[in-house]
Write a protein that binds this ligand. Structure first.
Ligand SMILES: O=C(O)CCC(=O)C(=O)O
Ligand SMILES: [Fe+2]
Length: 337
């Protein structure tokens, strides 16, 4: 069996700088190779400091520890595409066209239902999707700190991720900017509560079912609990643990970029299971809670995309019609809620 290190390539972003050097090109090429071969990578030296990450995890813990009535003051609207605010345990169940059959069966029979709560936010300037905040008096300071972290992710997306993807695909460095200009991104704080280990083992509860992400790409920050698993590129149906690595951010691409690339880049199935028991003799029969934070990068809803230059040709015809980014994402979001 592959060990974790071999499963996910590590891309060191330290030398990317302004994206104009041969080092930047090499980073882009390594990132694209990871997207093609695995769909996932560990990124290091992202410029988002461990201090900033620890700080937002502290805020997340404070938010989810609030009484339910306070969290419900920022309740997520019923429409799936309005991805803002608080969703309580059991509100959302991820759905997927390409399930592995066991997972599909499990969801159909009510097994491994997602046992999680989440809080979503995005660009404060958006006129289409307004953020929904818990009142300041219930969680003073959260709004400004959450936006600070959102902006740090956005800055990394603009300074490094989008140009690196473009360079790795042999496209002009600024190719993706035009499609990601209006900031249609989403920061999602996730909390998977603790529970008796037996309920996870029996399938009465799960954490997040196997799915692919919808958008362009995702940054995923996880605490030290473990449990994230990614489908092995060489063994479909086999899920490999993606251990938390201090200082590393998990990166993956979503279905939108896969389609855009004519399926050259892979949007890979992943899920969160209860972490394996570490030390049986000390187990108190409980699986501990887990926190994670995802930053989903999405294309502007008014942009229409056609197959990326270089991803089609006489031997590789275009597989898909052009599609409007907003239509595509909303169709997927409405299916989960
Ligand atoms: O919690 C995690 O580590 C994964 C979350 C995830 O895959 C998602 O929200 O799309
Ligand atoms: Fe995901």
């Amino acid at each position: 069996m592959l060990i974790n290190k071999e499963l996910l390539p590590t891309v060191d972003c330290a030398d990317f700088k302004d994206g104009n050097s041969k080092e930047s090109l090499a980073i882009g090429q390594k990132l694209i190779a990871a997207c093609r071969d695995v769909g996932f990578a560990y990124l290091i030296n992202t410029g988002i400091s461990q201090e900033q990450i620890d700080e937002i995890f502290d805020w997340s813990a404070r938010l989810f520890a609030l009484p339910l009535e306070a969290k419900l003051k920022a309740r997520h609207p019923p429409e799936g595409w309005k991805h803002r605010g608080y969703s309580g345990v059991g509100r959302e169940q991820v759905s997927q066209h390409v399930f592995d059959p066991d997972e599909l069966q499990a969801i159909r029979t009510g097994k491994f239902p997602d046992f999680k709560e989440s809080f979503d936010l995005g660009n404060e300037e958006s006129e289409i999707l307004l953020n929904i905040w818990i009142p300041e008096e219930d969680l003073s300071g959260f709004r400004s700190h959450a936006m600070k972290f959102y902006n740090a992710c956005r800055e990394f997306q603009l300074s490094t991720i989008l140009p690196a993807l473009a360079l790795g695909l042999d496209l002009p460095k600024d190719f993706f900017y035009d499609y990601h200009a209006t900031d249609s991104n989403q920061l999602r704080l996730l909390h998977y509560p603790g529970a008796p280990t037996s309920v996870f083992e029996s399938g009465e509860k799960g954490r997040i079912g196997a799915h692919t992400d919808f958008g362009t790409a995702t940054l995923l920050f996880q605490d030290d609990c473990g449990g994230l698993e990614v489908e092995s590129p060489s063994q479909p149906g086999v899920f490999m643990p993606v251990m938390p690595v201090p200082g590393a951010v998990v990166f993956n691409i979503g279905d939108f970029l896969m389609r855009w690339s004519n399926d050259i880049l892979k949007s890979t199935l992943h899920r969160v299971r209860a972490p394996p028991r570490k030390d049986e003799s000390r187990s108190d029969g409980m699986t501990k809670e887990r926190f994670s934070i995802a930053y989903f990068m999405g294309a502007d809803s008014d942009k229409t995309i056609d197959c990326l230059p270089g991803c089609f040709g006489p031997n590789r015809p275009k597989k898909y019609e052009p599609i409007n980014a907003g239509d595509y994402i909303n169709r997927r979001l409405n299916a989960t809620y």
